[in-house]
Design a binder for this molecule. Structure first.
Ligand code: SF4
Length: 324
């Protein structure tokens, strides 16, 4: 299972699937941050934008992800202020430049993006901003590996996540029977990781190999780990398709809670309802291929996406649509 959406896309784009022996099947996993963000999170963002008149700062991919009744793009048509940014720092800067607006950044992603969200909150406090907050849906990968450990023989671990976390967590997973290799993103790095995975798998016992040593170390980034640990703590978290995984999410610690949008705006409990035709949940668990979804390429295309996996540039449905 290639966990990372960028791996999915690169493996398709480079034509690697066609080179593999037919008994080797690659399945896509839950590593696209936009794809695993549940419908309820989009609904929460729309609630803030329409009911509380908050300016939403977000990565562009999230704008077209369908919520229960509409996407953020739909909310924008109804007058909501939706501002696309390239980083949480941009969102904090926007808040500083627009003191008459309340601004919330949609903080999604994994260990790679969480530190940047923390830094933006720290900057907001240093700049004395009281109009900036973040709506947090950040997740941590190891709990997902455990939840999916029976879905795949070998994980292709996302190298950028391991650059932050280091390799110890993945090494420890071998004791629970979970095998995997850390992979980089070039053709050579992906081919090496796949070759090592195939050779080691045939030895018949759980294994871990770091095939991205030019970037990934055993300890990872201590600076990023300390920053996140100082500002955030683990919480139970909903993943699209996987449900609530205990302690797989992050939230701001009490000392930083004035920047937590859910608390600041007394967010009501919102239950999102995905489109019943969409099989993103099964795709993200490797239970089906995008092409097994009845509306793939018909009702659901990148121009008119029904589910998150077709919206995101890292989504498996988008990759299958573009390349397969
Ligand atoms: Fe969902 Fe579209 Fe993928 Fe089907 S093809 S699983 S509707 S995103």
């Amino acid at each position: 299972m290639e966990v990372c959406g960028t791996h999915t896309h690169e493996i398709f784009r480079l034509g690697i699937r066609k080179l593999l022996p037919k008994q080797v099947e690659l399945i896509s996993g839950p590593g696209c941050p936009v794809c695993v963000t549940p419908v309820s999170f989009i609904d929460e963002a729309i609630y803030l934008a329409l009911e509380k008149e908050v300016t939403i700062c977000t990565f562009g991919d999230l704008v077209r992800v369908p919520g229960t009744n509409m996407s953020l793009a739909g909310a924008r048509e109804q007058g909501a202020k939706i501002h696309v940014v390239y980083s949480p720092a941009d969102a904090e800067k926007y808040a500083g430049e627009h003191p008459d607006e309340q601004v919330t950044f949609l903080s999604v992603g994994f260990e790679t993006t969480t530190p940047a969200g923390c830094l933006s909150v720290k900057a907001a406090r240093e700049d004395g901003l009281d109009n900036y907050s973040i709506l947090v849906a950040n997740k941590t990968m190891p709990q997902a590996y455990e939840a999916l450990k029976d879905s795949a023989d070998v994980f292709l671990y996302p190298g950028h996540v391991n650059a932050i976390t280091g390799t110890r967590l993945c090494e420890a997973l071998t004791e629970e029977g979970v095998s995997g290799v850390v992979a980089g993103f070039t053709a050579k790095e992906l081919m090496t990781a796949l070759a090592v995975a195939l050779v080691k798998f045939q030895e018949g016992k759980p294994f871990f190999v770091n095939c991205y040593p030019r970037v990934v170390t055993q300890d990872g980034s201590r600076e990023a780990q300390l920053l996140v640990d100082e500002m955030m703590e683990a919480c139970d978290c909903e993943w699209r398709g996987l449900g609530v995984i205990p302690k797989s999410g992050m939230k701001l610690r009490q000392e930083w809670q004035e920047f937590d949008a859910r608390l600041k705006y007394q967010m009501p409990k919102i239950e999102g309802k995905p489109n019943p035709a969409c099989r993103c949940g099964d795709v993200l668990q490797g239970k089906c291929k995008p092409s097994d979804c009845k509306v793939f390429g018909k009702g659901c295309t990148p121009q008119h996406p029904i589910g998150a996996c077709m919206v995101s540039g890292e989504g498996a449905c988008s990759a299958y649509y573009q390349y397969s």
